[in-house]
Design a protein around this ligand. Structure first.
Ligand code: G6P
Ligand code: MN
Length: 447
């Protein structure tokens, strides 16, 4: 079975490869093709993979290419994990917004809109090529902003594209740990959009344990979401929101902390990643060690902006081991390829699972997965406050997709102006001007 990874020179690829090495089931991946625009990044990552495979019997064979069509042909699965504009683009997404006094984050708010406007034209081109060259392939989209990118791709690939994110799984694991239960035995009633979801119940043997968690201050503040939202707010809400909702519920504090910080997350990573890829070119570097040290630093500092906004603190050591994206992706691939039935929280066309959104809207909900793909499971309806946010943000996503696929600048302006975290049309106009000035890839947007 052939797996193609787009963005194959990306830093997290060794996590995927490690998961493949640990998964030796028959019918699994035998061949991995890494595609990237940058051959130097591919070289660096291949060095790490070689070291990972040393001593493992019959590891998946790895080939690299900078030719997209060649990468896609013959693929059974395609992981799309690209970053259009690189980390330098991420810094612009953050900075232009922060300079206007609104949230500057890669997936949420104005930054996410800019990132989407840059990424969707590329993602749609990829989707079209896959539909033509590998029509039977399943596409697992890691590319952010995952909700809108998956929705844009689904217009060409239908249900063969499935978006993934590690944050709902991470939330489930953390909540299970706080409750002292095995996450495998629990049913997590989670629903929303990507980076905009709520955990409304944790059912074990038919009993919802969320009320017990909400009543226990110590348990509630023992994990990341409890710490950043605070026990009182979680009780008031009656749910545990995805960590990204911190940017909504504590917007003022998030923006103030980000503006006061010396670096944005993107600027930190731009520097860190440049050093890593340079190090990999230098003679005498031990590839795996260099990669793993960089990974640990990246994990330890993940979400530091949010923790900073609530007064600082270290990341929980239990959260430092990866096991997010790559494990969701692998579980999904296995379920489809080997017809192993499972349930995963995924980004798929909702088919009515999240009313009142229409059936084609990509939503993030638990899904039944097997050889037929992923089918969303309808849970309890979301409360009105959550539905309101979901509808607003979906309208923004669709304005971005419309702008990205037609080049209509007015649609891009609508996206910025209607986002709940952009507080004035005048700000939206300046944001669009600012992004167009700094991001050459947005020249396609015209009046
Ligand atoms: C989480 C989110 C991803 C996001 C990543 C950013 O895993 O679910 O969507 O890409 O964080 O991590 P980074 O290390 O790039 O800040
Ligand atoms: Mn994510």
């Amino acid at each position: 079975m052939k797996l193609t990874i787009l963005g194959g020179g990306g830093f997290r690829v060794p996590l995927v490869y490690r998961a493949l090495l640990e998964d030796r089931a028959d019918g699994g991946v035998t061949h991995v093709t890494l595609h990237d625009l940058d051959a130097g990044r591919l070289d660096a990552i291949v060095k790490v993979l070689r070291e990972q495979a040393a001593g493992v019997p019959d590891p998946p064979e790895v080939t690299v290419t900078t030719d997209l069509d060649e990468a896609v042909r013959g693929a059974d699965f395609v992981f799309s994990a690209i970053r259009v504009g690189g980390l330098a683009g991420r810094v612009i997404d953050e900075r232009v917004a922060l300079d206007e006094g609104v949230l500057g984050q890669e997936t949420v708010g104005a930054g996410g809109i800019s990132y989407g406007l840059r990424t969707i034209p590329v993602a749609v081109d990829i989707a079209r090529r896959i539909a033509r060259l590998a029509p039977d392939a399943w596409v697992i989209n890691f590319t952010n902003p995952a909700g809108m990118v998956t929705e844009a791709m689904s217009r060409h690939l239908g249900d063969r594209v499935i978006g993934i994110c590690d944050s709902p799984v991470g939330l489930g694991k953390r909540v299970a740990r706080a409750l002292g239960i095995d996450p495998e035995r629990a049913w997590f009633d989670y629903a929303g959009l990507n980076h905009l979801g709520w955990l409304r119940a944790i059912r074990v043997d038919g009993v919802d344990l969320l009320p017990r968690l909400l009543a226990d201050d110590d348990a509630l503040t023992s994990f990341e979401e409890g710490k950043i939202f605070g026990a009182d707010w979680l009780r008031t809400l009656g749910a545990v929101p995805n960590e990204y909702l911190h940017y909504y519920y504590f917007n003022r504090e998030s923006v103030a902390a980000a503006r006061a910080a010396e670096h944005t997350r993107g600027a930190f990573l731009l520097d860190q990643q440049q050093r890593f890829y340079e190090q990999m070119r230098a003679p005498g570097t031990a590839p795996f060690q260099a990669w793993d040290a960089t990974r640990l630093e990246r994990e330890a500092t993940y979400g530091a902006d949010v923790r900073e906004a609530v007064g600082g603190g270290e990341r929980d050591s239990c959260d430092l081991e990866s096991g997010g994206y790559e494990l969701v992706a692998l579980a999904l691939m296995r379920a489809i390829a080997l017809d192993e039935r499972t349930t995963l929280i995924l980004n798929v066309r909702g088919r009515g699972a999240l009313p009142p959104l229409d059936g084609d809207a990509i939503v993030e909900v638990p899904c039944h997965v097997d050889a037929n793909g992923a089918r969303p499971i309808t849970g309890d309806p979301l409360p009105d406050h959550a539905v309101g946010l979901v509808i607003s943000v979906k309208a923004v996503e669709r304005a971005v997709i419309h702008a990205a696929t037609t080049g209509e600048r007015a649609a891009a302006l609508r996206a910025f102006a209607l986002h709940p975290l952009v507080d004035s049309v005048a700000v939206a106009q300046r944001l669009l001007d600012g992004y167009q000035k700094h991001v050459p890839d947005l020249a396609y947007l015209r009046d």
